[in-house]
Design a binder for this molecule. Structure first.
Ligand code: THU
Length: 141
């Protein structure tokens, strides 16, 4: 069954980004799409490197595209991979998403055919440390 157009657009874009991923070392292409508070969609893919730790994730690429466009709030996220196991964001990307999203951020975990499971950022990163944790009297000016 087809979903709403809004989510279908995210899925189509995630699929395109996944197909463009540069993942020659892992053979594990991932696409990510973020919806900004401005309504725009931002896509990213994983970009690996011969020096393996220097590669980065699809979510990280999408965040960079969003911030470079002037948007700083994520309201919906989609991550797509091809594996049998769910392609949930890695720990580092959960924290990077947290910088620009509330704990109730919906994250759609997708396979090439569409959404497999939707969860919130708070479920993936409970009791998270976010920008608000730096506020208060202890903050250095
Ligand atoms: N990867 C992502 O891009 N996003 C995820 O959510 C999980 C993992 C990438 C990193 C690496 O290029 C490949 O998938 C295998 O770990």
């Amino acid at each position: 069954m087809a979903g709403s157009k809004a989510i279908d657009d995210m899925i189509a874009l995630a699929r395109m980004a996944m197909e463009r991923a540069y993942a020659p070392y892992s053979g594990f292409p991932v696409g990510a799409v973020l919806r900004g508070a401005n309504g725009k969609l931002y896509a990213g893919c994983n970009v690996e490197n011969a020096a393996h730790p220097e590669g980065w994730c699809a979510e990280t690429s999408a965040i960079a595209a969003m911030v470079a466009d002037g948007e700083r709030t994520i309201v919906e996220a989609t991550v797509m991979g091809k594996s049998e196991a769910l392609v949930t964001p890695c720990g580092g990307c959960r924290q990077r998403l947290r910088e620009f999203a509330a704990e109730n951020l919906p994250i759609h975990i997708c396979g090439p055919a569409g959404v497999r499971q939707t969860m919130t950022l708070g479920e993936l990163l409970p009791l998270s440390f976010g920008p608000h944790n730096l506020a208060g009297p202890g903050k250095k000016r």
